[in-house]
Design a protein around this ligand. Structure first.
Ligand code: URA
Length: 213
């Protein structure tokens, strides 16, 4: 598996791939979809947090004293790109409960097709934190690039991007705009259709997750 120095890490783990197949199936009910997303996001969190800075602290086991490894630095910031990002964030937060949390809301302008910001609330001190932006679907990359633009404007300098599915087009767009932001994904799919949906994909992640249409 490539490490985070390469731009994209594809988490090709049997458990991740098995769960993802069930999520892709159009007959999978909302509740199961949501539960699987939570489970996969925890497995992906393991990968996206690889290489976090560590230090040691002196503790006493029942046997003796030792200098034991512990995370170093400020709490990391998890940023959900609304609305589908919330599904991915929930599982990651269970694994890293002390993370600070932020939200970026973007919608697509029907005429220009460009992302427009409607909400932005992020933790203070982004410049000192590892920032993990989460959005299940890296499709055209337009909203992801815009969200990362906003995070950088707010001071973030150390950002990673976590998604469930990535289209080659979205990866290329992100790499061009933000070559310093590594991507972790459970799958690199084939392509995008003319409406910007990932193929084969899983449909609209927000609708699948929240039971909307
Ligand atoms: N957003 C989705 O929810 N699904 C896609 O296939 C592409 C973008």
């Amino acid at each position: 598996m490539p490490d985070l120095d390469d731009h994209v890490t594809h988490v090709d783990h049997p458990l991740v791939q098995h769960k993802l197949t069930i999520m892709r199936d159009k007959n999978t009910p909302t509740a199961v979809f949501r539960q699987l997303l939570r489970e996969i996001s925890q497995l992906l969190a393991y990968e996206v947090t690889r290489g976090l800075p560590m230090t040691t602290k002196r503790i006493e086991t029942p046997m003796q004293q030792m200098d034991a490894p512990t995370l170093d630095g400020k709490k990391l910031a998890l940023i959900s790109i609304l609305r589908a990002g919330n599904g991915l964030m929930d599982g990651v937060l269970e694994l890293i409960p002390s993370a600070r949390v932020g939200f970026v809301g973007l919608y697509r302008d029907e005429e220009t097709l460009q992302p427009v910001q409607y909400y932005f609330k992020v933790p203070e001190g982004l410049d000192d934190r590892l920032v993990i932006a989460v959005d299940p679907m890296l499709a055209t990359g337009n909203s992801s690039v815009a969200a990362i633009d906003l995070l950088k404007k707010a001071g973030a300098t150390n950002i990673r991007f976590l998604c469930l599915l990535a289209a080659p087009e979205g990866i290329a767009r992100m790499k061009e705009a933000h070559p310093d932001v590594p991507i972790v994904t459970a799958s690199i799919d084939d392509s995008l259709n003319e409406l910007g949906y990932i193929i084969p994909g899983l449909g609209d992640a927000g609708d699948r997750m929240f039971g909307t249409k």
